[in-house]
Design a protein. Structure first.
Length: 105
């Protein structure tokens, strides 16, 4: 970052970065009640959003926006969370509620 000219680092328009993450790891990225993304946003002064991808139920878009250096820092912190979530393995599947057949009267 030291070799980038100041006008790039201080551009008021900001920058955005987007990547695709597996749906199974989104909980690890977000954290309880959004604590993970809130923490990274607070540290880096960025906005982070995780959105569904139409037609792709297995993945989601991770979007990060803010000043250039902050956006890159937020991406690195989110990728650390991603690797940590991946190392823990997928969350256990919750059993589906059993359907009770409707009674005929």
């Amino acid at each position: 970052a030291q070799s980038l000219p100041p006008y790039v680092m201080e551009d008021a328009r900001g920058f955005a970065l987007s990547c695709v993450v597996p749906n199974a790891l989104v909980g690890g990225l977000i954290g309880r009640s959004g604590s993970g993304t809130k923490e990274v946003q607070g540290i880096t002064n960025t906005k982070i959003g995780i959105r569904e991808i139409p037609g792709d139920p297995d993945n989601r878009n991770l979007n990060i926006a803010g000043p250039l250096a902050s956006t890159c820092a937020a991406y690195m912190l989110m990728m650390k969370r991603y690797l940590d979530a991946e190392a823990q393995g997928p969350p256990p599947h919750e059993p589906r509620p059993r359907e009770v057949p409707a009674r005929r009267r």
